[in-house]
Write a protein that binds this ligand. Structure first.
Ligand SMILES: CC(C)(COP(=O)(O)OP(=O)(O)OC[C@H]1O[C@@H](n2cnc3c(N)ncnc32)[C@H](O)[C@@H]1OP(=O)(O)O)[C@@H](O)C(=O)NCCC(=O)NCCS
Length: 178
């Protein structure tokens, strides 16, 4: 795995040393609402299943120090012949949200998956009521495929709908800089 850089962010393959910071990010209520149990999720992020790749989203600090890990992003691959595609998931620390980081990280990873790895279709599946995420994914060119009813059990134990979105090669839109 390699570093993927662009639009002011750097995606560095995650390792065990990222566990504490990932946990800190995933335990923030604004993130945990959508990602679920921070212990489990941090563990999976630093020890991903073999078809999953996990990256720390790094941002160079303005005073030249850092870089700071401001979020995490993952991609998984379905390699079933004739159905190949890759999925994405992301979390940005609340202190760093709304500064263009989520859009930049998704853009550079999607660009890499299309241009370097030759994928033709990417998917993402936010909770249907995750308005910030759905709004961002639309801006990047993802389209709604449809509602997946009673898709996921959330931290409060209630099963809620998910929204399947997809993006084909040639549809990716560069996010505006913030
Ligand atoms: C969704 C998420 C990754 C977006 O990251 P981010 O760094 O804030 O994204 P950006 O700054 O690039 O967002 C740009 C666009 O996203 C949407 N957006 C982001 N935060 C939003 C909010 N709080 N309310 C409404 N729209 C929002 C807007 O369309 C925004 O465009 P604008 O700033 O021009 O209005 C981030 O909010 C997050 O980590 N949320 C918690 C975890 C999560 O929901 N992950 C997704 C699971 S599928």
């Amino acid at each position: 795995m390699q570093l993927i850089e662009g639009l002011g962010v750097r995606l560095r393959p995650a390792d065990e040393a990222d566990r504490e910071r990932f946990h800190e990010i995933l335990a923030c209520p604004e993130v945990a609402t959508w990602w679920g149990d921070p212990d489990e999720q941090a563990d999976e992020a630093v020890n991903p299943h073999e078809d999953v790749r996990s990256f720390a989203i790094e941002r160079q600090d303005e005073d030249g120090t850092g870089p700071t890990v401001v979020g995490l992003i993952q991609t998984w691959e379905d390699t079933t012949p004739d159905y190949e595609h890759a999925g994405l998931d992301i979390a940005v620390h609340p202190d760093w949200q709304r500064r263009g980081i989520g859009g930049a990280a998704l853009y550079v990873l999607a660009h890499y998956l299309f241009e370097v790895e030759g994928h033709h279709r990417l998917t993402i599946d936010p909770a249907a009521d995750n308005k910030p995420a759905v709004s961002l994914y639309r801006k990047l060119g993802f389209r709604e495929v449809g509602i997946m009813r009673e898709y996921e059990r959330r931290a409060d134990g209630v099963v809620r709908d998910g929204l399947l979105m997809d993006l084909l090669d040639g549809e990716l839109v560069e996010p505006p800089s913030h």
